[in-house]
Design a protein around this ligand. Structure first.
Ligand code: UD1
Length: 427
């Protein structure tokens, strides 16, 4: 099996460029189904989740040409099916993002029901309730959801109980081809939704208010293929910023290729923790902090503190001068990382959806298991500051969303490498 081995204590310097945003790229790939022709996406990250979405699209008849490592040309002219099969949805829940576009183009979709994942139950009831308002009827059998808009999609007013990212995206992608106007109230405001709306508008759609809680969509009868560049990955950027706050040399490290505005709340919390940074061209230069102040953090929908940065920032709290509380409000089961960090010497107590953290003087390298994508990356980052060697296993989670993670860290000066070791279970 592959592991990532990190030797702690090496200072970081230089510049790291983040890849295109995973959470944008996946939805933009799905959105190409709304048109008939060749759409070009640039700045697409070369990560496992993008490969899974590629398989979903190919499975329904799209043709994908890889122009270069980060450019995909997706031809949707021959799409002749509307099914996202179980083996792919089970690998990646975001496969359900094809439901809205398939309904928009064909008025039907057959999607395997996503089960839970290691972040909890992760339901799609809000996707379904919203699409029902647009005239879609749903049946389930043998683990599949059959969605049909027999009379066509009709624009309507949808109020989401919670600003779900996935539900907002599926609704927007269906509504761009509905008859008349759709208003989504309490929509998610994440930058990836704005990126999706930007591409849809370039394709000829009429989406207004994306990035705010009220999104208005005027349906159009046809969309055309375009070329679109995926925004930079704010979460990958945030992960490197935490690495810099822990281990940058006196000159600091520069993290570029993303819009710092997309990390507003993270930067604010870093500042409160005593980390100094400044914005530079296309990114942020960050310095190592001599000490971290404790701060309380709650994860919230954008522009609140992102749940996808919770694990990384917990490392700083674990080393802070005092007690911090991190409250997880988005996912029910997102503290598995904490028990791995405890194995590295952190003092963390989990009480329901709160992590109560008492800062310790240092972390020590250990063998740890990546619990999920962000938690896995955070363990590698914790290894950068820990005394001795850290070995992170189950790194397939990290591969889902971080392109060349070890190479990028090594280029900054980290002593980190991916290596193959015998699987202890298989002997
Ligand atoms: C997306 C991101 C993920 C990020 C999350 C929150 C992608 C591929 N993933 O996930 O990285 O952590 O946003 O910013 O873009 N919920 C329901 N019913 C629904 C939909 C959601 O109860 O129909 C619940 C979920 O179980 C979860 C919460 O709402 O507890 C947030 O989910 P949502 O905003 O939909 O996140 P995702 O789109 O799955």
């Amino acid at each position: 099996m592959d592991i990532i081995r990190v030797e702690g204590g090496h200072a970081l310097g230089g510049t790291v460029s983040v890849s295109g945003a995973k959470n944008s790229a996946l939805k933009l790939m799905a959105a190409t189904l709304l048109t008939c022709g060749r759409t070009t996406l640039t700045n697409v990250p070369d990560i496992a989740d993008v490969h899974v979405m590629g398989k979903v699209l190919k499975g329904i008849g799209a043709k994908i040409d890889v122009i270069d490592e980060h450019t995909l040309e997706i031809d949707t002219s021959a799409v002749d099916s509307w099914e996202a099969p179980y083996e792919l949805v089970a690998q990646m829940r975001a496969s359900t993002a094809v439901m809205g576009p398939l309904l928009g183009r064909f008025g039907r979709a057959k999607i395997a029901m996503p089960g839970g994942c290691n972040l909890g139950a992760r339901k799609i009831d809000l996707h379904i309730l919203g699409l029902e308002t647009l005239g879609v009827s749903f049946d389930t059998d043998h683990g599949y959801i059959h969605a049909r808009a027999t009379e066509g999609l009709v624009g309507s007013s949808v109020a989401l109980d919670f600003p779900s990212v996935g539900a907002t995206e599926n609704l927007i992608m269906a509504a761009v081809r509905a008859k008349g106007e759709t208003i989504i109230d309490n929509a998610a405001c994440e930058p990836e939704i704005t990126d999706l709306a930007t591409m849809l508008n370039e394709m000829g759609a009429c989406v207004r208010g994306a990035g705010t809680p009220v999104v208005t969509i005027e349906g159009v009868s046809e969309l055309h293929p375009v070329e679109h560049r995926v925004i930079g990955d704010r979460i990958e950027a945030g992960t490197f910023l935490v690495a810099g706050a822990l281990m940058a040399d006196a000159a600091g490290i520069e993290v570029v290729g993303f819009n710092p505005t997309h990390l507003g709340m993270v930067l604010k919390k870093l500042e409160l923790m005593g980390v100094s940074y400044r914005r530079c061209d296309h990114g942020v230069r960050i310095r190592r902090a001599s000490a971290f102040e404790p701060v309380d953090i709650q994860t919230l929908p954008y522009p609140g503190f992102p749940t996808d940065m919770q694990a990384q920032v917990m490392i700083l709290s674990a080393l802070a001068r005092g007690g911090s509380v991190i409250t997880e409000n988005i996912f029910e089961n997102r503290f598995m990382f904490a028990s791995e960090l405890v194995r590295m010497g952190a003092n963390i107590r989990i009480e329901s959806h709160h992590a109560v953290i008492h800062g310790v003087g240092n972390l020590s390298g250990a063998q740890v298991v990546a619990p999920d994508l962000r938690g896995g990356a955070a363990l590698v980052v914790a290894g950068l500051v820990a005394e001795g060697t850290t070995e992170v296993s189950s790194i397939h989670h990290i591969d889902r969303g971080y392109e060349h993670f070890t190479e990028k860290l090594a280029a900054l000066g980290a002593a980190v490498a991916r290596t193959t070791v015998p699987d202890p279970v298989e002997g």
